[in-house]
Design a protein around this ligand. Sequence first.
Ligand SMILES: [Zn+2]
Length: 78
Amino acid sequence: MKRTGRCNECGGTDIRTTTVDAGGGYAPDLLPRTHSWWKTGKLEVYVCCTCGYFQFFVPVDALDEVAQSEKFETLNES
Ligand SMILES: [Zn+2]
C-alpha cells in the first residue's frame, strides 16, 4: 500500500496517510526500546478510503532502532 499506492484488499487508489504516536507511557508501546523514554515512537498509518483497510509502517528513519532493539526477535536469519 505504501509503495504501490494501491489498496491490498480492494485495489482502490484513494489512500490517505498520517503519522501517529506508537504508544508508551500509559498506552501499549508498539515500538519498545526504539526511542528514549521521554518521547514516543512514531508509526505511519495508511488507510484505504474505499474499503477502510489500513496498515501501519515504521518510518524508514526508525528502522535501525528496531533492528537494534532486543525487544524485537528476528524471524528469518540472514
Ligand atoms: Zn481498499
